[in-house]
Design a protein around this ligand. Structure first.
Ligand code: XLS
Ligand code: NI
Ligand code: NI
Length: 438
């Protein structure tokens, strides 16, 4: 175990105490060893917490300076990176989750150029590897931040300047190597600035070809270094750019198909990004499974009154149970998991607030899992859906999906006097069933 820091000295290991507990630093529903549909809760949810919101962001917003004043933010260079790793691993361990996630720049000493970037990333890997060994924590995914540095203002791989592409490729190459070395289970691409601000200065065809080129190079590199996990694209429609090329699951799938990457790349879906794209989260999940590209989830939510990625902790029970139902019904996570890509508000400045956010988020997922499991065990929802489509398993349905031509169908319809009888879709009944579990 890592030794307790002053910052988290007041925080104990978070226990599971059950729904009746009034202890704010205890789980009420997340009991990691509880069996749900024959599988441990932890193995269903595979929870992870991220580095960036909790240990990098200092609470600044566009109108104001950082509010958190964390002790490690006062430090510099490798010393800062190591102090950050100390508190991060202490936090993950006290929370009792199995995974974490990071961007290259989250974990390392800041770098002035690409050479320093490569050196500083290498310097922190020994530390992370040692901490993983000490705590048993695993890496759900790694990624490269190719959107914050000024050089990426006009895009990373989609930049009009090939030297910027080269810089992004360098970061991706080293972030993939780092993820492989740390035993990461997936590698993520979020195209933060892979889009445009205005079409007036943009060559769309070139930009999409360049984006696909970097992905193709990453796929080749993955096989070259023997990285076993999938590469995941994280769809988002906009923010920071006006338009992002990977706007939602369906758009990503079309893009992957165009460039022949649909068997190599999957998606990391984020709740708040789905909302921004005008899609409910359960739609994104269902589409990803339908296309065979479901990978992982960034769990968070937006604010219904705000049109941006507020990254709040996901705590809408109905939304969660609907999403969880899609995940579990379709077989659940394989390499993916639920990463809390979520942050406390900038007024929540205490160490305990970081725990309240994650405890609530994990409890909400656990409740959603229990609700979805009940619906799956009851079986009435899936029976209703299969019954609705049962005609397609009969002769007429099979024939139309197979041998029949359009005119064959037209002739038969008239000759047999086919006259369909409308049936209820039962939407309110179904909504009540999900409401009961939320
Ligand atoms: C931003 C994204 C980002 C990715 C990782 O909106 O959610 O945090 O998850 O680059
Ligand atoms: Ni995310
Ligand atoms: Ni996001």
């Amino acid at each position: 175990m890592t030794k307790s820091s002053e910052f988290f000295a007041e925080i104990p290991q978070i226990p599971y105490e059950g729904a009746e507990s009034s202890n704010p630093l205890a789980f009420k529903y997340y009991d990691k060893d509880q069996l749900v549909l024959g599988k441990r809760m932890e193995d269903h949810l595979r929870p992870a917490a991220c580095y960036w919101h909790t240990f990098c962001w200092d609470g600044f917003d566009v109108f104001g300076e950082g509010t958190f004043r964390r002790p490690w933010h006062e430090l510099e260079g490798q010393e800062m990176a190591e102090a950050k790793a100390d508190v991060a691993f202490e936090f993950y361990s006290k929370l009792g989750i199995p995974f974490y996630c990071f961007h290259d720049v989250d974990v390392m000493a800041p770098a002035a150029n690409m050479k320093e970037h490569v050196e500083n990333l290498a310097a922190i890997l020994d530390v992370l590897e040692r901490k993983q060994d000490e705590t048993g924590l695993k890496l759900l995914w790694g990624t490269a931040n190719v959107f914050s540095n000024r050089r990426y203002m006009s895009g990373a791989s989609t930049n009009p300047d090939p030297e910027v592409f080269a810089s992004a490729a360098t970061q991706v190459c080293h972030a993939m190597n780092a993820t492989k070395r740390l035993g990461g289970e997936n590698y993520v691409f979020w195209g933060g600035r892979e889009g445009y601000e205005t079409l007036l200065n943009t060559d769309l065809n070139r930009e999409m070809d360049q984006l696909a080129r970097l992905l193709t190079l990453a796929v080749e590199h993955k096989h070259k270094i023997g990285f076993k996990g999938p590469l995941l694209i994280e769809p988002k429609p906009h923010e920071p750019t006006k338009h992002q090329y990977d706007r939602d699951t369906a758009t990503v799938f079309a893009f992957l198909q165009k460039y022949g990457l649909e068997n190599e790349v999957k998606v990391n879906l984020e709740t708040n990004h789905a909302t921004l794209a005008g899609n409910p989260m359960d739609h994104e999940i269902a589409m990803a499974f339908a296309f065979g590209i479901f990978g992982s989830i960034d769990a968070n939510r937006g604010d219904p009154q705000n049109g941006w990625d507020t990254d709040q902790f996901w705590n809408d029970p109905l939304d969660i149970v609907r999403s969880m139902y899609q995940i579990i019904k379709n077989g659940g996570f394989t390499t993916g998991g639920f990463n809390f890509d979520a942050k406390v508000r900038r007024q929540s400045i205490d160490a305990a607030d970081l725990f309240y956010g994650h405890i609530g988020g994990l409890d909400a997922l656990a409740r959603g899992l229990l609700g979805a499991a009940k619906l799956i065990e009851a079986g009435d929802v899936s029976a209703l859906v299969s019954d609705r489509y049962s005609g397609w398993d009969d002769e007429l349905g099979k024939w139309m999906m197979g041998a029949a031509s359009l005119s064959d169908i037209a002739d038969k319809t008239v000759a047999d006097g086919i006259d369909p009888k409308p049936k209820s879709g039962r939407q309110e009944f179904l909504e009540n069933r999900f409401g009961q579990m939320a």
